[in-house]
Write a protein of this length. Structure first.
Length: 92
């Protein structure tokens, strides 16, 4: 019996510009701007077509997420920083 060397992993899912825009919640024009600035991962498919790998888009989207502190957290950080500054620069 011979073993087949066929890969059991599925190929990366390629999305069109419309599908990628829907997935990210962006307009197509903005997505085109991101690709021309090479600010988002994409692949060329033929001379003029572009596609997006779903996994790469998910990773890119997750990297764009940042935590925004609340006003209370900002105030607390400012008070802590001010106290540390005053402790280091106390007048004699």
């Amino acid at each position: 019996m011979t073993e087949n060397n066929v890969s059991t992993t599925a190929p990366a899912q390629l999305l069109t510009i419309e599908q990628a825009a829907d997935f990210l919640g962006y307009k197509k024009k903005y997505l085109y701007n991101l690709t021309s600035a090479k600010a988002i991962p994409f692949v060329k498919y033929g001379p003029r077509r572009i596609r997006f790998r779903l996994e790469e888009l998910q990773e890119w989207r997750n990297a764009q997420i940042m935590d925004v502190p609340s006003n209370a957290q900002i105030r607390e950080r400012a008070e802590t920083a001010a106290a540390q500054y005053c402790a280091r620069h106390a007048r004699a």
